[in-house]
Design a protein around this ligand. Structure first.
Ligand code: PLP
Length: 507
């Protein structure tokens, strides 16, 4: 029922919010209420409904930071009302942004003189950073083709099939063909040799990933660079490399300093990193750094005058909050290289504890590498007793854990993995507790009827048999019925999405 009468003074002073009519009656879901309600009631109603969300700290599906220090929370609240784009009004915030860009650029070995400014930008996340990086590559390639009098209408980009969805978005939104190198069972990242084979005169760049979303593995950027240098020499092209270091960009500099993946390699022209992943800031911050001014075409930079002094921007949106930029600056100066190194080492050790615990069960094969993003990706050996990874994921939710299960990309879709992302706030105690709960789930699964056969195909007939009246009737268990309904709806929704997608593509 819509609440039509404002509260009388006595309503809230006499009654606790929890006894007032604001929590007794329901609010309209999709229509804006006609009348106001007291702030206490609004807070309580929303707060209570949000309790039904899972706990962010136990969301092991996500790379994104869920805990910062109270001092940083304080700075975030102090700057929550500042619009970042008002650079003339908030020059100190702009200065902190520029310090972050310079610090990160130097971590990535950008070739800069002592007092030279780095070229980079703060974004909402790696996705926006990748859109901007991709646009710069596309424009640079087009300019060169135009100058040579060659066609410039069929740009493509070469990546592994294991790229995150933001690359597919970039390709579709900005009309660039995505040429993917398929993975294979046992090798789940882009093969540099195959990538270089796919490069042609229309390739705007090859994108390598430092920390595959699927299993955390670092791609071999050095080998890619060397093979591509050779191909460029033979063909006369100058195909560059972008490194998507969304998660690895704040890991490799601290715990694998010898690994050459960044601007130390001559063909690497831009790098993105998510500040909100291992940069240790809450959701809403990413960075893109360019090797030099020459790698960011001038015509993509907008110079605006209507906010006071002239300002330059290269972002997809205009207004955005300042808090995350300030929070990133806090982490960089508060932790320093020493702090980041300690945290990344700790994450790595916790990943090893989890990996070893899983190996001890004898039921899992580990598909992540020890040296990479601290992610443990694993799959069931021989579909344990007719069960699959989706069941493990589903059952772990009952213990409060979110551990996603998903298929590997083409050509290894038949391999299903469970993935645990070890973030800074994930303690050793939690790692041990997770191993314990996974072991319990394995025991529980042994008591359930099988879901899949040895090839991983779903078994539809239930083992439960009813012998009444001498007739054998096979009845489905609740779990099986639930599964069937879920599968039906999942297939239905996917089919609808596909139809919609095809309509959009056709129009
Ligand atoms: C490799 C990779 N690239 C890009 C992204 C997108 O990052 P963001 O969530 O910061 O937009 C992700 C997110 O998980 C990722 O793993």
């Amino acid at each position: 029922m819509v609440l039509s009468k404002p509260a009388s003074d006595s309503d809230l002073s006499m009654l606790a919010t929890s006894a007032s009519r604001y929590v007794r009656d329901s609010l309209p879901r999709y229509d804006m209420p006609e009348n106001s309600i007291p702030k206490e009631a609004a807070y309580q109603v929303i707060h209570d409904e949000l309790l039904l969300d899972f706990k962010p700290k136990l969301n092991l599906a996500s790379f994104v930071t869920t805990l910062m220090e109270p001092e940083c929370d304080k700075l975030i609240m102090e700057s929550i009302s500042k619009n970042y784009v008002d650079m003339d009004e908030y020059p100190v915030t702009t200065e902190l942004h520029n310090r972050c860009v310079n610090m990160i650029a130097r971590l990535f070995h950008t070739p800069l003189g002592e007092s030279e400014d780095a070229i980079g930008v703060g974004t909402v996340g790696s996705s926006e950073a990748i859109m901007l990086a991709g646009l710069a590559f596309k424009r640079k390639w087009q300019n060169k083709r135009k100058a040579e009098g060659k066609p410039f209408d069929k740009p493509n980009i070469v990546t592994g099939a294991n790229v995150q969805v933001c690359w597919e978005k970039f390709a579709r939104y900005f009309e660039v063909e995505l040429k993917e190198v398929n993975v294979r069972e046992g090798y789940y990242v882009m093969d540099p040799a195959k990538a270089v084979e796919m490069v042609d005169e229309n390739t705007i760049c090859v994108a390598a990933i430092l920390g595959s979303t699927y299993n955390g593995e670092f791609e071999d950027v050095k080998l890619l660079n060397d093979l591509l240098l050779e191909k460029n020499k033979q063909t006369g092209w100058d195909t560059p490399i972008h490194v998507d270091a969304a998660s690895g960009g704040f890991i490799a500099p601290f715990i694998y300093p010898e690994l050459e993946w960044d601007f130390r390699l001559p063909l690497v022209k831009s790098i993105n990193v998510s500040g909100h992943k291992y940069g240790l800031v809450y959701a809403g911050i990413g960075w893109n750094i360019w090797r030099s001014k020459d790698d960011l075409p001038e015509e993509l930079i907008f110079h605006i005058k209507y906010l006071g002094a002239e300002q330059s921007t290269f972002t997809l949106n205009f207004s955005k909050g300042s808090s995350q930029i300030i929070a990133q600056y806090y982490q960089l100066i508060r932790l320093g290289q020493e702090g980041y190194k300690n945290i990344m080492e700790n994450c790595h050790e916790n990943a090893m504890v989890l990996k070893e615990g899983l190996e001890k069960t004898g039921c899992f094969e580990i598909l992540s590498k020890d040296d990479g993003v601290p992610v443990v990706a694993f799959s069931l050996k021989n579909k344990k007793g007719g069960h699959d990874e989706f069941e493990v994921s589903e059952m772990l939710r009952r213990y409060g854990w979110i551990v996603p299960a998903y298929p590997m990309p083409a050509d290894a879709q038949h391999v299903i993995v469970l993935r645990v992302v070890i973030r800074a706030e994930f303690s050793r105690t939690l790692a041990e507790r997770l191993v314990h709960d996974i072991t319990t789930v394995l025991h529980e699964l042994e008591k359930l009827p099988p879901k899949v056969n040895s090839e991983g195909k779903e078994v539809h007939v239930n083992v439960e048999e009813n012998w009444s009246n001498g007739v054998v009737s096979k009845r489905k268990s609740d779990l099986e019925t639930q599964r069937e309904i879920t599968t039906y709806w999942k297939n239905y929704v996917s089919a609808q999405k596909e139809i919609k997608r095809q309509k959009v593509m056709a129009s």
